[in-house]
Design a protein around this ligand. Sequence first.
Ligand code: PLP
Length: 429
Amino acid sequence: MAVTTFAMDQQKLYYFDNNATTRVAPEVVEAMLPFLTEYWGNASSAYRFGGQVRRPLEEARAKVAALIHADPKEVVFTSCGTESNNAAIHSALALHPGKRHVVTTAVEHSANLKYGEFLQRRGYEVTYLPVESDGSLDLHLLDRSIRADTAIVSIMWANNETGAVFPIEEIAAICRSKGVLVHTDAVQTPGKLKIDVKSVGVDLLSLSAHKLHAPKGIGMLYVRRRTKFQPYVIGGHQERGRRGGTENVPYIIGFGLAAELAVSNLPEENARVRALRDRLEQGILETIPHTVRNGAREPRLPNTTNIAFDFVEAEAILMMLDQVGICASSGSACTTGSVDPSHVLAAMSLSPMRARGSVRFSLGIYNTEEEVEYLLRHLPSVVSKLRAISPLTSEHPDNDKFDLKAARRKHDEGLAQSLSEQDDDAVTA
Ligand code: PLP
């Protein structure tokens, strides 16, 4: 396997952010290339040059359908997971104008949360179900929150920040018993959990190809047979009239192959990657004091761990790790840059201070044991350097009356100093 490096300085990349996006598999790139260079016609054209891409496109659709045990006719290609989520909720509301209530959770991706806020501004009601401190859902609350005017329940299958897995089969059963449409954001599950839409019993399900080693900008919405659907992107007759826009053939081809790889990678993700994640998690919790895992150990995605490092800011840890080529994150990439602590950790009742010190490590099939050991070698000194300059140390992490602004200012000054020292002895490999 070729070592991934940064283009700028050829530093080896230690990538632990697979829930943000994944490396495009070399075989996926290879499969896509002919559809960029040679077979670039429009799949809807009547002449043979365009029409010849129709068959590979439909074969790719069948592979994506196989990943979730669906019928190819139930697969609607979209531009991304965000569009798929928006489209599912939009369709339910557009088809049932008398139903103006949506149920979702407080820990969804911003693809749902921001769409919910948008709907609320337009007079719809949205219930955001809370979670327990271990990240789990109270299904009695779900049951009680469904009303006669509920158009759809949209609940993620697995959480992108903590890896917490929700009991989607039970959720779907509750919704079915009440005659309410159910959608799940399954963006984080391919290659990690077995997905069988028939046994799960959802009406709609979203995927995004860039989470499974295909490029960004292609997604999918599963629409169960006989489920009425109102398109979100209105235009041409593509996707059997369910999504306008010329088909993104090369990306669909890439998605198809990636879907096949995800099926074959499932055992490895659940054995080798899980073991690497456990080694990393245990290594951190055992060697670095004042650390704690956020969320329950199980049920959880096999590749994800989210850890609180008390008395330090996650952003500072991430900046120092970046200096030695390590990529991780403090939450969803889509909310990076916001000063608020993670909404997921806040919903799990973590104090803002502890949430701000939390880092997500998400592994993937390209991670090696050597990379995990590299991270475990660097992390303790990064954390102890930061704690040495941390004005938070003498404070209890749950004490929110503490002057955080002043603490952050002092902390940032110390961090700038540490980073410039680290620059001098940055490890490259
Ligand atoms: N849902 C979840 C759980 C995600 O993790 C993401 C991406 O981070 C999305 C939706 C959005 O997917 P996309 O980036 O394809 O819009």
